[in-house]
Design a protein around this ligand. Structure first.
Ligand SMILES: Cc1ncc(COP(=O)(O)O)c(C=O)c1O
Length: 434
């Protein structure tokens, strides 16, 4: 490591992290040791470590030292490589065969040339979006368009929260949410979940601990599959009503294909956003999400977006507006939702037959509690299946594995459940454990 100033040293360490030379979990040398090695004042090294911590590249663990963060925001960590030949139930992706064919919608989505200074939101998309959101009970008086669910979450958080704030997130949750919260210098406060959404006691405790925002997935929760029920939504809203300043962000990432009705707990609060992504319904490459919220939030998001990408390309906005207004595509989307539902059901039934207590109230995945995640993932590989260990999804919640069932074949569920049963009761095929 090198550098004559704190900024130079921090830059050097950041570069080494970005180049995968220093990997997540790596313990940086103690301040005094590095200071002696580089002939620097200990204060300079301490200041460099502070800079890295503020950028989310490292985390301090008290007396144990300073470590490279699990997902530093300068390192792209690809998803685990799935060995060739394995049946891949690990991706979290929608089934490509159930995504609408974009060809004709692309042909029909021509429009006028868009120049700087034009409206940032396509009028048809705003109309279609407002119609869909209103039908789901979400106010769409203030609406904008962002580049996907995660982009929307980041922009809304940045509109309101400050480094060091506490943010309630679901536990388990979609790993980028944990990483985003860390990268923004926020402290995650985990909320426990069941099949009907965040547990009341847990949401209340998070709110009482002084969070300034809460992020919830109203349906197709990833990985647990929870969908906030009508009854739970009423109770959650009434708890939230006692904390009017808390920003509530709703990540409606799977919307029309989730297999559950939206019961919004965010709409019409003082500070709120419901973000409805197109990714699961029309395809992850359709990087667009509608973002409804209170006027301050929406204006701040638009204002800040204006200083960066400016707006989401109208080519993409027109394409989505076209798809949203096409009855044939609508029909394909509802057929896809039915297929996802029957695949989820088939997997749940098979797992129940094999004695598992699994979760998949909605969405594309099934979550199965297991005692030892890595051992089960490995044992499943030996049986020909790639599944995802729950570790990356969890903070305090119990271990489990996630099986993506979006593209499950007819009649496949029983074989998967049988393999999982074997993977737990007999981790190495052909051997018996005591
Ligand atoms: C819960 C959840 N939120 C958000 C996303 C990402 O949405 P987008 O692609 O619109 O950013 C995903 C993707 O799998 C997800 O599972």
């Amino acid at each position: 490591m090198r550098g004559r100033t704190a900024a130079e040293l921090a830059m050097d360490i950041e570069r080494r992290v970005a180049d995968h030379e220093l990997v997540p979990g790596y313990r940086l040398p103690p301040v005094r040791t590095l200071a002696a090695d580089l002939d620097l004042a200990p204060n300079t090294v301490a200041a460099a470590y502070r800079l890295l911590g503020e950028r989310g590249i490292t985390v301090g663990r008290g007396r144990r030292g300073t470590f490279v963060a699990d997902r530093p925001p300068v390192m792209i960590s690809p998803d685990p490589v799935v060995r060739e030949g394995l049946r891949n139930l690990s991706s979290g992706n929608p089934d490509p065969n159930l995504l609408p064919d974009l060809t004709s919608a692309l042909r029909d989505s021509e429009g006028p040339v868009v120049l700087y200074g034009d409206r940032s939101v396509d009028e048809n998309l705003a109309d279609q979006g407002a119609r869909l959101l209103a039908a789901d009970g979400v106010s769409a008086d203030h609406l904008t368009v962002v580049s996907g669910g995660l982009d929307g979450m980041e922009r809304v958080l940045q509109a309101h929260v400050r480094r060091g704030d506490r943010v309630a997130i679901e536990d388990p949750t979609y790993p980028p949410v944990i990483d985003l919260v860390g990268a923004l210098g926020l402290t995650a406060v985990p909320m426990a979940l069941d099949d009907e959404g965040p547990e009341l006691v847990s949401m209340q405790a998070a709110l009482e601990s002084g969070v300034s925002a809460a992020i919830v997935t109203p349906r197709a929760q990833n990985p647990l599959g929870s969908a906030i029920s009508a009854a739970r939504a009423i109770e959650l809203r009434s708890i939230l009503a006692r904390f009017p300043d808390v920003l509530v962000i709703e990540d409606d990432h799977a919307a029309a294909i989730s297999g559950a009705t939206l019961h919004s707990i965010a709409s019409d609060r003082e500070r709120w956003a419901t973000i409805r992504s197109a990714a699961k319904t029309y395809g992850p490459d359709v990087r667009l999400a509608l973002l409804a919220g209170d006027s301050t939030t929406v204006r701040r998001v638009e204002g800040r977006q204006h200083l960066g990408p400016g707006w989401v390309s109208h080519v993409l906005q027109r394409l989505v507006a076209r798809m949203m207004s096409d009855p044939e595509i609508d029909h394909e989307v509802s057929l896809a939702a039915d297929r996802y539902e029957s695949r989820r059901r088939a997997m749940l039934d098979a797992l129940t037959e094999w004695g598992f207590e699994a979760h998949a109230a909605s969405g594309l995945n099934v979550w199965v509690p297991v005692p030892d995640e890595p051992a089960v993932v490995l044992a499943m590989e030996e049986r020909g299946f790639a599944i995802r260990a729950g570790g990356r999804f969890r903070i305090r919640s119990a271990p489990g594995v996630r099986l993506t069932v979006a593209a499950l074949d007819d009649g496949e569920a029983d074989g998967v459940a049988r393999a999982l049963h074997g993977a737990i009761s007999e981790p190495r095929p052909g051997t018996r454990t005591g």
